[in-house]
Design a protein around this ligand. Structure first.
Ligand SMILES: [Zn+2]
Length: 173
């Protein structure tokens, strides 16, 4: 989930307004970084939408490679997917590659399955019906078309619809 112009394309995920103010930032820690790398903390900026008609107060913009509620960076998730698809067992990945528990790999696999079926539909939609292809290639195509932030928001709305309801209301995300 990387887009070259993401830093210049930040807009409100609700009303798509580009008029924003920076509104602080917070840190996310505890990522499953490869080999316990030190760089497992990321700073996440928050923004305030300045559109007076927008019900959204503030929102955060995740850096490329970071998903909401997921402790794996995106390249790690893709490599887990490739390994599982090519026959690696969850046990092997957990204990010999990622050094996390079996359950964590199980949850990552479930997340990836759900993301793949969502990506199939989205890929068809944005390419006017091209057939599905390998997961990471579909995600690259989708990212190139939508940009990293929009892709992240669409996934978030799909995955957690109740946290991003369509009806108007005061929500901070
Ligand atoms: Zn807005």
């Amino acid at each position: 989930m990387q887009g070259a112009n993401d830093q210049t394309q930040i807009f409100c995920p609700r009303c798509h307004c580009y008029q924003l103010h920076k509104h602080g930032c917070y840190s996310r820690k505890g990522f499953h970084a490869p080999n316990h790398a030190a760089s497992n903390e990321v700073r996440v900026p928050r923004y305030r939408c300045l559109n007076p008609d927008c019900p959204l107060c503030t929102f955060s913009v995740l850096p490329p490679k970071v998903l909401r509620y997921c402790r794996f960076f995106w390249p790690c998730l893709v490599s887990i997917k490739l390994a599982l698809d090519s026959g690696s067992t969850r046990y092997h990945l957990a204990h010999h590659v990622r050094h996390v528990s079996w359950a964590i790999i199980g949850r990552a696999a479930a997340l990836l399955n759900s993301m793949e079926s969502w990506a199939n539909g989205l890929h068809q939609e944005i390419t006017n019906g091209w057939p599905a292809c390998r997961f990471e290639l579909m995600m690259k195509t989708i990212t190139a078309k939508l940009g990293c932030n929009e892709l992240n928001w669409r996934w978030y709305r799909h995955r957690y619809p109740r946290r991003f309801p369509d009806q108007l209301g005061q929500h901070t995300i």
